[in-house]
Design a protein around this ligand. Sequence first.
Ligand SMILES: Cc1ncc(COP(=O)(O)O)c(C=O)c1O
Length: 421
Amino acid sequence: MKAGREELMEIVDLWGYSKDAQEQILAILQSEDVPPPHLFRYYGPTEGKGKVWQAERLFEETLGTKHALAVNSGTSALMSAAAAAGIGPGMEVIVPGYTFFASASIIVASRAIPVIAEIDDSLNLDADDVERKITPQTGAIVVVHMKGMPAQMDRIMEIAKKHDLIVIEDVAQACGGSFGGKKLGTIGDLGCFSFDFYKIAQSGEGGFVATDDDYLNMRAQSWHDTAACWRPDRYAAERREGELFCGENYRMSEMSGAVALAQIRKLPGYVSRLQAAKKKVRDRIIERDGFSLRRQPDPQGDASTALVMFGPDAETALAIMGAMKERGVGAGGRFDQTVRDWHVFNFWEHILEQKTVTEEGCPFTCPYYEGTLPDYGPEMCPNTLDYLSRSLHMGVSEFWTDEDAEKIAEGINGAVEEVLG
Ligand SMILES: Cc1ncc(COP(=O)(O)O)c(C=O)c1O
């Protein structure tokens, strides 16, 4: 059954147009004989160069990377990247203890062993802890740029190079950010983006895998495309050895592609407005003993969607938060042991208790694994819990004016002064 006007009107309805406006739109649609859209990304009247294809090319240009493969979610992007990189049985993969659970889950779903590492005062992977956790089994690092803040990529890449490790960047929360002049997601071997509704750029659901490596891109493409059934060139034979294998289906539809394309066009403008708004507030905040702002590993590349501040300890941070609230400045996001949060490792029972999809317990019982399992438990990364428990998170608006910035900074500085004396 082909999609037609009725489907388009359902989309128009999503925009919330009035009944009257919808009738006018329908009248225009009925007056023209327009062929139905082809919502499958490959083939059709556009010969595979429809909205998804255009979104991919524009994203490549925006990131400055050779390949950007569109997929149907950020989790799919991570799974495709892991498959492309050959992450699998016997391998340990390092992942930070503060990230959305998907960054860790895909390691287990790829049948590798997740090794959870500490974060530092940038709330991203602590490079020193990464180095401490490397063993002969380590094959890859999943580095996550949380809430738009670039991780310390120079150190991470140096360590990866020294130990010959694959680096997968999880850029789900930091689309448009950069480090050292390079866009996040183009520094490691593969960069994974989420375009779900809550992200900097969104298409309802969606994601991208970016890489400069032709072979990795080909393998990610195979994995994402119905067990390599459709292929860009339908019945094509193996393009290169190691490229044809059984995969999944993570293709992006033309509907998501159309929205992603429009969002990618808006991305640079949005990120620079976000950066300018945040800078106005950051510059006015007075740091002092016991009160600091989240460290920016590269201030120019900071695409953070939250302004994060640290108190000296959890209790004092809570008091500062209360005093801020009294001044009309809201902040939240503090890690609280009693509130479940999939972004903090100590709630990842799936891993800590080694819960697996099949009874034999793979990958934790994998005979190919020659290492010693990490000592999984809620106490395994104390620094991570400490940083999170004394951090305050305030959402950033691209629309903050100088006047807003003045008020917000005044509220924060006043609250800190009141609590710390
Ligand atoms: C850091 C991180 N990685 C991966 C994902 C997964 O993305 P998606 O929801 O598109 O599957 C998310 C989404 O919240 C995320 O924040």
